[in-house]
Design a protein around this ligand. Structure first.
Ligand code: ZN
Length: 204
């Protein structure tokens, strides 16, 4: 399986990192070795002093598709989970300033937290208004709705599948809202979709 991530999909987050609004979705990938195993904590890697959390709604692809039209895109996922796209922000700034790819800052081992449970699409009244949030040590640090996305799920799937065949089990991280920040040892991370606790992880 592969993990496809979307960058710069929420205006307030683009602003907080001084980036510009893209004229098409920004795509990058993580290998399957980036997934944090079920019972593992989040480990801070030794090559960075600034690992950022980015809380994101995650779509799980449930059938094979290529060049999927936006009108049919919602047929290609039937569950939604919550994840963290962990980012070595210091390393990413360095790579960006040299115009180099982001992989080392984005796709390293255990850079992808994902909830064990995925919620059926049928649980949601409106896919374009799903609320989600992250608490660190009990304090809410990110809180947003899929309504705030620049490109919605259907547009993302249509765009991604022009370039990459989607297969069952692939995950799409749909971008993070504002409020990203640095993780510290012993932080307790709790991710929510609406009022459902989706994951609870300790930072080590
Ligand atoms: Zn992200």
């Amino acid at each position: 399986m592969k993990i496809i991530c979307i960058g710069r999909n929420y205006k307030e987050h683009i602003r907080e990192l001084n980036n510009t609004v893209p004229d098409e979705p920004v795509i990058f990938m993580k290998p399957d070795s980036a997934l944090v195993p079920k019972h593992n904590p989040v480990f801070l890697p030794p090559f960075s002093n600034n690992i950022h959390y980015e809380t994101e709604l995650v779509l799980r692809i449930n059938k094979l598709g290529k060049a999927i039209p936006a009108e049919r895109a919602t047929e290609y996922f039937d569950t939604i989970g919550l994840g963290l796209d962990l980012t070595a922000r210091d390393l990413q700034q360095k790579l960006k300033s040299k115009g180099l790819p982001w992989e080392k800052a984005k796709a390293f081992d255990f850079s992808a937290v994902v909830s064990e449970t995925f919620l059926p699409v049928s649980d949601f009244k409106n896919l374009n208004d799903i609320h989600f949030s992250l608490k660190i040590n009990g304090k809410t640090v990110q809180k947003a709705s899929s309504a705030d996305m620049i490109y919605d799920f259907a547009q993302l799937i249509a765009h991604i599948s022009r370039y990459f065949t989607l297969r069952t089990g692939d995950l799409i991280y749909t971008g993070t809202p504002a409020g990203v920040g640095t993780l510290h040892r012993n932080d307790l991370l709790e991710g929510y979709i609406e009022d459902k606790l989706m994951f609870k992880k300790r930072v080590k």
